[in-house]
Write a protein that binds this ligand. Structure first.
Ligand SMILES: Nc1ncnc2c1ncn2[C@@H]1O[C@H](COP(=O)(O)OP(=O)(O)O)[C@@H](O)[C@H]1O
Ligand SMILES: [Mg+2]
Length: 286
């Protein structure tokens, strides 16, 4: 299936009509999303909207009740997490998600596994090519840490580090895989202004080379780095478009505010137009 069903042949990745249920809860309902190579796509929506579930399906952690996914126009049948990494999808988890019992360097080496050439047998036998392989993975990992300014903590355990540094290490672990599609689940959570500025620049630098799907509540970040935004609410896509249009879309404002634009309570996230530092709807979100 695919092209004949009106899929997007230009997409790097495409999810078609995904539905995910957990018992009586429908976490995703008929969700179709596509992303082009090098595009930065924001995925926003109130808490519980299904954003993390979408990433989990894309990574093969959660099996959808129905729907399909395609990579470069080819429908993926048996989704397996390790295959997706091999194809070029990497992600960071909501929170931190590093292995606490491994060092920072070992965590990032784990992210570079797709570059390992030698198999388990060579490694167990201690063959020279396995050593060389290991050394190269460590060099890649150190370079990724250096790129994020974290090489000095390579030997530490993640849990001993300040939260923003842990977030950087998690990003290094995703980037060391040199993904073609990077899934970021709330990368700005818990970051102060300096780290947020750094993250903003980093995502901008990826644009054009690495496709990024960004789940984030910090609307200043979303509005300033995304080419396009998809809005989920109660598991369904309720709006999609460029940041300026999304920021003034009445359906989006209603989803965030739980009622008519301009009044009332938030359901747990700030509305696209109202966060400090965010562009005014339709404004200078360059
Ligand atoms: N493993 C799970 N088991 C049961 N319910 C889940 C599970 N994962 C998510 N959900 C439910 O699915 C809905 C969407 O959750 P989630 O994808 O985490 O939302 P978001 O990331 O947008 O906040 C929520 O109602 C959540 O409680
Ligand atoms: Mg989530």
């Amino acid at each position: 299936m695919g092209e004949e069903e009106g899929g997007d042949p230009g997409a790097l990745f495409e999810a078609r009509a995904l539905t995910v249920r957990f018992g009586g809860i429908t976490a995703l309902e008929d969700v179709s999303v596509s992303i082009a190579a090098g595009e930065v796509l924001g995925v926003i929506g109130p808490n519980g909207a299904g954003k993390t579930t979408l990433f989990n399906v894309m990574c093969g952690f959660t099996r959808p009740h129905s729907g399909t996914m395609a990579w470069e126009g080819r429908t993926l049948t048996h989704m397996r997490a390790h295959r997706l990494a091999g194809m070029g999808i990497a992600r960071t988890l909501q929170g931190v998600g590093l292995f606490g019992e491994l060092t920072v360097l070992e965590n990032v080496v784990a992210g570079a596994e797709r570059f390992r050439r030698t198999g388990l047998v060579s490694a167990v036998l201690g063959l020279p090519r396995a050593d060389r392989d290991e050394r190269q993975l460590r060099e890649r990992a150190l370079a990724a840490l250096a790129e994020l300014g974290c090489e000095d903590v390579a030997g530490r355990h993640p849990t001993t580090l300040p939260f923003p540094i842990q977030k950087r290490v998690a990003l290094a672990r995703a980037l060391v895989a040199e993904p073609r599609l990077l899934l970021l689940d709330e990368p700005a959570g818990g970051l102060g202004a300096d780290d947020l500025g750094d993250l903003t620049e980093r995502i901008r630098a990826l644009r054009g080379t690495t496709a990024v799907m960004l789940v984030e509540h910090r609307m200043d970040l979303v509005m300033s780095v995304c080419d396009r935004i998809v809005v989920l609410d109660f598991g369904s896509v309720i709006a999609e478009g460029p940041p300026a249009a999304i920021g003034r879309d009445p359906r989006v404002l209603e989803a965030y505010l739980g009622q008519e634009p301009g009044s009332g309570d938030s359901r747990g996230a700030s509305a696209p137009g109202e966060t400090q530092g965010a562009s005014a709807p339709g404004g200078a979100a360059a």
